[in-house]
Ligand binder design. Structure first.
Ligand code: FPP
Length: 242
């Protein structure tokens, strides 16, 4: 498979299907998540090699706390393991890490790990790798609205000056371009509260692959599908205008 001709600026992925991958193999769900960590590693490597500028991965949603304690514990353990085992490689690849989400609800050692990884990679100019962790899109939008309302109430902000651009600056993703490709694996056709504001104009791609089976070829295939789609942002296409 060749390299895709026209790369998106920002790919965001809803990694779904770990549980079903494990069930098909008569394994516990945790084994699916462990295999999912391998797919994270391979996808990050492939994205770096392809020269992708921004990759955002949905690692843990604010709704995932409702899962059984053992599964939540296993996911937290994997997050720790991934940071411990892969940080050196990410630094070497000049990846800049960001974690978007609530933060205050995760264990203190994970908070420290997150802060350290962001600090350690802050000057890197390679791919921006962002993990959405304890993240919910509606929560993010509500928090931005609260902040703007507070500023307006204190007289620091004229409500008439609130534009989509200003609003976007209050979101976790203010440093990143909007995703132009959102991929969801495992055949489900939902956004599940992921980057709701940011995905307004994104191409959505739903693939049947279960996340643990997602790999370099799957990413390349998704990027080729993106390159084949024409994006018009509500305008007419160039042929119609001519
Ligand atoms: C969905 O599968 C996936 C998740 C809940 C989280 C994604 C987690 C990983 C890829 C594991 C490791 C991550 C990192 C960053 C090290 P599911 O359990 O909802 O699958 P199902 O719908 O088939 O049950």
């Amino acid at each position: 498979m060749g390299e895709p001709s026209h790369l998106p600026k920002h790919v965001a992925i809803i990694m779904d299907g770990n549980g079903r991958w494990a069930k098909k193999r008569y394994l516990p769900r945790e084994a699916g998540h462990y295999a999912g960590m391998g797919a994270v590693r391979e996808t990050v490597r492939a994205a770096c090699d392809l020269g992708l500028e921004n990759l955002t991965l949905f690692a843990f949603s604010s709704e995932n706390w409702k899962r059984p304690k053992t599964e939540v514990g296993a996911l937290m353990g994997l997050f720790r393991a991934y940071f411990r085992s892969d940080m050196d490689e990410l630094v070497e690849r000049k990846v800049r890490m960001r974690i978007i989400g609530h933060r205050g609800r995760v264990a203190p050692d994970i908070q420290t790990m997150i802060e350290d990884s962001e600090k350690r990679t802050a000057h890197n100019r390679g791919m921006n790798l962002t993990f959405a962790f304890d993240y919910g899109g509606q929560e993010e939008i509500a928090a931005a609205a609260q902040e703007l309302a507070r500023a307006a109430k204190d007289g620091r902000l004229d409500p008439e000056t609130i534009t989509p651009e200003l609003f976007a600056q209050r979101l976790f993703t203010s440093a990143l371009p909007a995703p132009d490709l959102v991929i969801r694996t495992s055949g489900e056709h939902r956004l599940s509260n992921f980057l709701l504001w940011q995905s307004a104009y994104a191409e959505l791609l739903f693939v049947d692959t279960l996340w643990p089976d997602f790999d370099r070829a799957a990413l390349t295939g998704a990027l080729e599908q993106f390159a084949a789609r024409e994006r018009r942002f509500g305008a007419l296409d160039s042929e119609a205008v001519a």
